[in-house]
Design a protein around this ligand. Structure first.
Ligand code: KG4
Ligand code: ZN
Length: 334
């Protein structure tokens, strides 16, 4: 069983990503990252992002088809992220995909970006099959999701303020580490002491929800006080302690969901799941409980076209189509 052959586009934020998938099999998965363009502004600039998508999308589409060895005539459908994300960025991929599908008489499907992330573990692991719990942690979202079956999801908990990736990015900026902050903190932490400073773990009384805005305040005040008293920790120790505080709550809330719902399968998705410390801790906690941990390769954790293709394949097979007059939905909810 291979599933429909799909050309899939993902342009919700700052990566132009195109893939060709056959069911959950990845035939090509290409990407043009805009990280360097946004780095000098310290964050993603929506207007710059949309423009860069326009410039990259045509040649990436050719590349994805060429690498897959697929002619557009043999496609079963075309898909694109419909939301959530930056409206200008979403519009580029969505409109391009819709126009291509329309002109070739192919089915078109708009995909929820977060459903795409849920499919990421399935791309790397054939035996990732619901029911299960998935931790989604990216620059825009932090959620613990119960997958009863494909297409049947329950968001058990989410952040009440900043997303985990946003916390990494803001704290890295405060430490002068540049953008994006997650990978910078991850790298610095390698030689740091995670127990050097005990930053607060918020919302301990809630089973699945997160809050990261208090951590930011705590880090700023703690480090400023330390500087004033001449006890400033090394950058490595500060980074490792910050990372530990974020990782701790992500792991704890995920494991709460695993225990409460008795699932035997856990997955991860979103850029933050590329974090090495988070991956190690999730694996350890899953081992201790005897449940399977399915963490996609980092390249499948961050935004990519293949995850959109896999989610689209599932929906196209069920006969779903997105209407031609449909637009993007920048605040789409899972
Ligand atoms: O899923 P993603 O590529 O895009 C969104 O949908 O947001 O996630 C990007 C986020 C950024 O906040 C980035 O700092 C974070 O993922 N990130 C990481 C790591 N790699 C990317 N955070 C912690 N450790 C990493 N290694
Ligand atoms: Zn994402």
């Amino acid at each position: 069983m291979s599933g429909p052959l799909v050309l899939a586009f993902e342009t919700s934020c700052d990566e132009t990503a195109v893939a060709v998938t056959e069911g959950t099999r990845v035939l090509s998965n290409v990407l043009s990252s805009q990280v360097d363009m946004h780095a000098r502004f310290g964050g993603v600039v929506p207007e710059v992002a949309a423009r860069a998508h326009v410039e990259a999308i045509r040649s990436l589409t050719h590349r994805a088809l060429r690498e897959a060895g697929v002619h557009p005539d043999s496609l079963d459908g075309i898909a694109a992220t419909r939301g959530p994300g930056l409206v200008g960025s979403l519009l580029v991929g969505f409109s391009f995909a819709k126009a291509m599908a329309w002109s070739r008489g192919l089915p078109f499907l708009g995909v929820d970006h977060m459903e795409g992330h849920l499919f990421a573990p399935r791309l790397d692991f054939d035996d990732f099959r619901p029911p299960g719990v998935v931790l989604l942690a990216s620059g825009g979202h932090s959620q613990v999701v119960l997958i009863n079956g494909w297409g049947d999801y329950r968001v058990l908990g989410q952040t009440i303020d900043d997303a985990a990736g946003e916390a990494f990015d803001k704290l890295a900026r405060f430490m002068g580490l540049g953008f994006p902050g997650g990978p910078a903190i991850d790298a610095l932490s390698e030689t740091g002491d995670p127990d050097r400073i005990r930053f607060p773990r918020a919302l301990a009384d809630r089973r699945y929800d997160f809050s990261f805005s208090g951590l930011k305040t705590s880090v700023v005040t703690t480090l400023e006080k330390a500087r004033a008293s001449g006890t400033l920790p090394s950058r490595e120790d500060a980074a490792a302690s910050i990372q530990e505080a974020i990782v701790d709550v992500l792991v704890q809330k995920t494991m709460n969901a695993v225990e409460d719902h008795g699932v035997e399968i856990v997955g991860g998705g979103g850029g933050v799941v590329a974090n090495r410390r988070l991956r190690t801790r999730l694996e350890e906690e899953a081992d201790r409980r005897g449940v399977g941990m399915f963490l996609p390769r980092p390249i499948m954790c961050t935004d990519n076209g293949a995850m959109i293709g896999a989610a689209a394949a599932f929906r196209l097979e069920r006969g779903e189509r997105t209407e031609w007059r449909a637009g993007v939905d920048s605040s789409m909810k899972l």
